[in-house]
Design a protein around this ligand. Structure first.
Ligand code: SF4
Length: 425
């Protein structure tokens, strides 16, 4: 009999390991506490749930200490800091609330490790507005899905299975077949298969020329003339065919992740895509769908907005929330030698390492977190949805999902640790 054969089984488990928050997993727990995804997993979720966190202890400068001593040390560091920086911010709703409250109390700056990508979207939302869809709308209504410059299969391994090619959907308006278009370089198209999929069109081009391609697509959609035979290696005639496909669609969706637009003026590509969606809505229906939101990014962004009135990159140094996405980038502040304490929260994956810095650093991290320098204080914390209950907000920002406690460990919540620190200030 296998280790998991006699174990407890959890059903309808939401997965915290990417922004999709699939909520249909089945996970078995052995008597020894190890977890195994037994249904509806993907490589990312399987390794995330299976990872062992046993034996991790709070540390001060590499020395094992009790949790209370570590919390006391963090309190001393926060009290002494004149410009504390709070980032990473990979946690759940309660954890992010605690980060915001501590930053408010200590005059700190709040950011998230992946906010540079988010900023490409926010700058467009703030300056021009957009028309967005949701995962459920796409699953049930889209007849043309255009994936722009983003390796969705790698980012969200079950996106195609759950959203693009589901065996069933909610409404009888759902098209029998949908056309999938990939624009970009080296994109994994293998998920676009099955009875729901009609044509699959690939338009390869270098990633950093996505902006040029969508600009020409928009121009031809509006019947503006374009010189030359191709753009970024894509024939203009192919983009004209795509424009016609979009015009004739009942509900097209343009999908991208801002993290994939990490090139000069990547936000302009987001802007052009958003404007294409708006143009299409003058004669038919279309929506944007932005993906990513991993490491609790959507949760941190939403929570920062409703707590402070502003998106991420907020400072409480003046005693009230002050928003500036350029000045209060914690990455930039660390690089430029600003700040005198870094409090880094990474409770979900082991890959979210703090930036290299010589200022004192406190890490609240999942055990196994890859850190380049030993922090002054390390406190191992639980992962929401694995070690404790919690709540995360899905990448399309319209649903918050309650997470189960699968009892992998007794590690504390980020919220509990930071609330304890705040109570001592
Ligand atoms: S696609 Fe994302 S949310 Fe879904 S099971 Fe995989 S890692 Fe989890």
């Amino acid at each position: 009999m296998s280790e998991h054969a006699a174990s407890q089984s959890f059903t309808n488990v939401p997965c915290p390991f990417c922004g999709m928050l699939c909520d249909d997993l089945e996970v078995a727990r052995s008597d020894a506490g190890s977890l195994k995804v037994i249904k509806n997993g993907c490589p990312k979720s399987s390794s995330g749930f299976a990872r062992s966190v046993s034996g991790a202890k709070p540390q001060i400068s590499g020395r094992d200490v009790e949790l209370s001593e570590a919390i006391q040390k963090v309190s001393e560091l926060v009290r002494a800091a004149k410009q504390p920086l709070y980032s990473g911010s990979a946690t759940d709703v309660d954890g992010m609330r605690a980060i915001m409250a501590l930053a408010d109390r200590s005059g700190g700056t709040v950011d998230h490790a992946l906010s540079a990508a988010l900023e490409r979207n926010l700058s467009v939302l703030q300056s021009a507005g957009w028309i967005m869809s949701t995962l459920t709308e796409v699953r049930n209504r889209a007849d043309v899905i255009v994936i722009v410059g983003t390796d969705v299969q790698k980012m969200h391994p079950r996106f195609f299975e759950r959203i693009v090619c589901p065996p069933e959907s909610m409404f009888d308006t759902t098209p029998e077949k949908r056309t999938i278009v990939f624009i970009g370089e080296g994109l994994d198209t293998s998920g676009a298969v099955g009875p729901r999929i009609g044509d699959v069109i690939t338009l390869p081009c270098p990633s950093d020329q996505i902006g040029d391609v969508v600009s020409v697509l928009r121009a031809r959609l509006r019947d503006f003339p374009v010189s030359g035979q191709d753009v970024a290696g894509i024939a203009i005639s192919d983009l004209e065919s795509l424009a016609a496909l979009l015009r004739d669609a009942h509900y097209s969706v343009l999908v991208w992740s801002p993290a994939a637009f990490d090139f000069a003026n990547g936000h302009l590509a987001v802007h052009t895509i958003s404007e294409i969606v708006k143009d299409l809505n003058t004669t038919t229906r279309s929506g944007g769908l932005t993906l990513g939101g991993n490491e609790g990014l959507t949760t941190a962004s939403s929570l920062c907005s409703w707590q402070s009135g502003f998106p991420l990159r907020v400072s409480y140094a003046t005693g009230k929330p002050d928003y500036d996405p350029a000045i209060y980038s914690v990455d930039r502040m660390v690089t430029d030698g600003e700040g005198d304490l870094l409090v880094w929260v990474a409770s979900i994956s082991t890959q979210l390492a703090p930036p290299e810095t010589n200022i004192p650093t406190v890490v609240l991290g999942t055990p196994g977190l890859q850190v380049k320098r030993q922090p002054e204080v390390f406190i191992p914390v639980g992962t929401p949805g694995v070690d404790h209950v919690g709540r995360l907000i899905r990448v399309d920002s319209v649903v918050s999902l309650p997470l189960q406690n699968l009892h992998r460990s007794e590690l504390p919540r980020v919220a509990d640790v930071l609330q304890a620190v705040r109570a001592t200030l």
